[in-house]
Ligand binder design. Sequence first.
Ligand code: NAD
Ligand code: UDP
Ligand code: UDP
Length: 332
Amino acid sequence: MSNGQRQEHNTGKRKRVLVTGGAGFIGSHLTARLLHQGHEVLIVDNFLSGPKRNIKHLLHHPRLAIIEQDIIQPLYVEVDEIYNLACPASPVHYQQNPIRTIKTCVIGMLNMLGLTKKNNAKILQASTSEVYGDPDVSPQSETYHGSVSVTGIRACYDEGKRCAETLCYEYRRQHGLDIKVARIFNTYGPRMQINDGRVVSNFIVQALRNEPITIYGDGSQTRSFCYVDDLLGGLQALMASPRDVGGPMNLGSQEEITILELAKRVLLLTGSRSPIKHLPATQDDPKKRRPDLTLANGYLAWSPRTKLNQGLVKTIAYFEELLSMEEESLTL
Ligand code: NAD
Ligand code: UDP
Ligand code: UDP
């Protein structure tokens, strides 16, 4: 059993854990898991890209508190651990207000590091494979410095996250903070939004509605998709790792697939009649992405377990239910 999986059953000492972005896709799953493990959880979220629906089932939990606030504002609370997840993750969302995205990444990070310092706490930053940009090497290891456009439409997120990492390591060097930086690769699963804009949710929703599957470009670009439950194990294992293990550390799946092949899989698994429609490629779209997981395997004994098909089946079931609820409410 990997360290990440062991964590699930090891409640240990009850901790006060802050999850910024706790209403989001990953944050809502993490919150549920932390509560299940017996911890106290504080969610701070401005509900920009995470709907309140994601945490509806947890609202009355006695160990959960929620503050509706932007992390661009300073935050004064008492916590032991911080998972800094607040930031829109879908290109569609983070490009809607790019300046706000930069502020969230940089000023938000600064505030969370100030909070960590004040509390003598531990912080895990949700960084991203986007720090590698459109990579010249594959798979990408943590030593690769990346190929990122400073001026393109993805830069608000990519450069924002890069600066956030820099802040983490300067706070470690200057103030001795216990920081953990996870470079998360494409993650998918239930509780993505219907209008999230990312590829897995787009394809599944389009397939279930028998609408055209929109492929940006020729579909030869690759991604490696990690199921959300697997990722949580990695995040918690990294948080629990010794002080000298600060990352940056890749977390994700190595099951690489082209976007065209993903479209075909979703069509097959949904039994959809949707046609495939090619749209123009988006600017600076990375052509390939696959993590080198040597560090996570070695330091955390972590690797993902869920095969893409298994995870897709679970995610399709979630969207089927969500869409049928939506239809029901329209007919009422
Ligand atoms: P998401 O958009 O579903 O969730 C982000 C949450 O943060 C939302 O609830 C949103 O309302 C909240 N938020 C955004 N800006 C905020 C702000 N300024 N103040 C307070 N709350 C704010 O995204 P996700 O997929 O759950 O991703 C979570 C984190 O993981 C993000 O930081 C993202 O960059 C990182 N990440 C995700 C992936 C992935 O594939 N899902 C990959 C790499 C990195
Ligand atoms: N900060 C915060 N909560 C705290 C402590 C600090 O939000 O409990 C913010 C604070 O507003 C500041 C940032 O974190 O802008 C960095 O704090 P730090 O103490 O490192 O720097 P300084 O306040 O000296 O600039
Ligand atoms: N993509 C696509 N159709 C869509 C949404 C995305 O072809 O409807 C492509 C997109 O161009 C990219 C890949 O799928 O090459 C992954 O996109 P996503 O937005 O999910 O994540 P990211 O680009 O951040 O990896």
